[in-house]
Structures are given as C-alpha cells and as structure tokens.
Design a protein around this ligand. Structure first.
Ligand SMILES: CC(C)(COP(=O)(O)OP(=O)(O)OC[C@H]1O[C@@H](n2cnc3c(N)ncnc32)[C@H](O)[C@@H]1OP(=O)(O)O)[C@@H](O)C(=O)NCCC(=O)NCCS
Length: 166
C-alpha cells in the first residue's frame, strides 16, 4: 500500500472539483465543519488545533483529509477524507459540506475522486463509512456512490461498505 509524506501531499484533480490539502488560510472558512473525534470547533484557534492533529495523523499514515475545491470559483465547498484503517490497507471515508453548498452534487463529485484515489492509487482493499440512521442525505449520498448497508452499529449508526469500484 502506498504511504505519503507531507511534502508529497496527494492533491487530486477532477473535472468539476478537486481535492487539495487544507492550508492555514482556509481554516477561518471551515470552522463550522471542523470536527475531530466528533467534537466541533467553535473558534479559529480550536479549528487550527484540530487541523494540526489531522496533519499529525496524516504524517503517521493514519488519515488523509482533503478540502474539496470548486475548480471554477476556487472556493472550498467542504472536506472529505480517509480517517481510519489506512494502516491496515482499508479506509473509513468521511465527509462534510459547508451548508451553502448542499444539494448541488459537490460531495458526490468529491467522494468519487476520493474513492477512485483510494482504490487505484493507495490500493485500499476495503472502503467503508458510518452514518446515523437519521441522516437521510448521507445515506442517499453513500447509496448513490454504490455503498451498501452491512451492519447496524451501536448509538443508532449504520455501517456502509463500497461494493463496486467506481
Ligand atoms: C452528507 C452531505 C455531504 C450530503 O450533501 P448533499 O448536498 O446531499 O450531497 P451532494 O453534494 O452530493 O449533492 C447531491 C444532491 O444535489 C443534487 N444536485 C443538484 N445539482 C446537481 C449537479 N449539478 N450534479 C449532481 N447533483 C446535483 C442531487 O440531485 C442531490 O439531491 P438529492 O439528494 O435531493 O437527490 C451533507 O448533508 C452534509 O455535509 N452533512 C453533514 C455531514 C455528514 O452527515 N456527513 C456524512 C458522513 S458519512
């Protein structure tokens, strides 16, 4: 399995959106979608601290966290990435959009790039995602991307697994 170094961050170019490394200048725009261990940042300082932890996880080979950029406006519309399992050749995908970009297909495009990268560049043998049973938009997104439900987890969560290469 391919591992990455920080000076070799895997930016991914797509036709409508691209995936790129989050830079310090992006952080103020991303506070409302900055999470670490399910805790949400409330200030720029907290979001920067979370980003530093995410960067350390990346250096340790545990995660890849991308900003999803609209190629036309160059605005970051959300984030996605692999947050667990990479050390075992697997990846848990997660994602979040800034609310003003809901319902425009951005995440479907961003996740498609992340899935293609996970399968064909990193060489992951399994990709999964977990979401709350109440989260209709996330379930719809995962099903659109060819994930299927494989397990009911505790705390009302459902585990989905990618069934076919995209
Ligand atoms: C989950 C989440 C990313 C889904 O967002 P979303 O806007 O529904 O997903 P997309 O960006 O892929 O947009 C798809 C929608 O845009 C519509 N759309 C509009 N224009 C489109 C276009 N040009 N191309 C594609 N789809 C388009 C699609 O029809 C679809 O709508 P529908 O679901 O009503 O059929 C978002 O709700 C979110 O960030 N939630 C909080 C975090 C979260 O729950 N994460 C999930 C963890 S697994």
């Amino acid at each position: 399995m391919k591992q990455f170094q920080f000076n070799d961050f895997p930016n991914v170019k797509g036709s409508r959106v691209s995936l790129r490394q989050i830079m310090d200048a992006d952080i103020p725009d991303l506070i409302e979608i900055s999470f670490y261990d399910a805790v949400q940042a409330e200030t720029v300082e907290q979001a920067a601290e979370m980003q530093a932890r995410i960067d350390r996880d990346y250096l340790d080979g545990n995660s890849i966290h991308w900003g999803i950029v609209d190629n036309e406006t160059l605005q970051i519309v959300g984030t996605c990435g692999y947050y667990r399992g990479l050390d075992q050749g697997e990846g848990e995908l997660g994602c979040v959009l800034l609310p003003q970009y809901y319902g425009q297909g951005y995440m479907t495009d961003g996740m498609s790039l992340a899935i293609d990268f996970g399968l064909n560049t990193i060489g992951l043998k399994r990709i999964w995602a977990a979401t709350s049973r109440e989260n209709g938009p996330a379930m719809k997104l995962l099903e659109r991307l060819h994930f299927v439900k494989i397990a009911d987890l505790s705390y009302g969560e459902i585990e989905y697994e990618l069934t076919q290469p995209k």
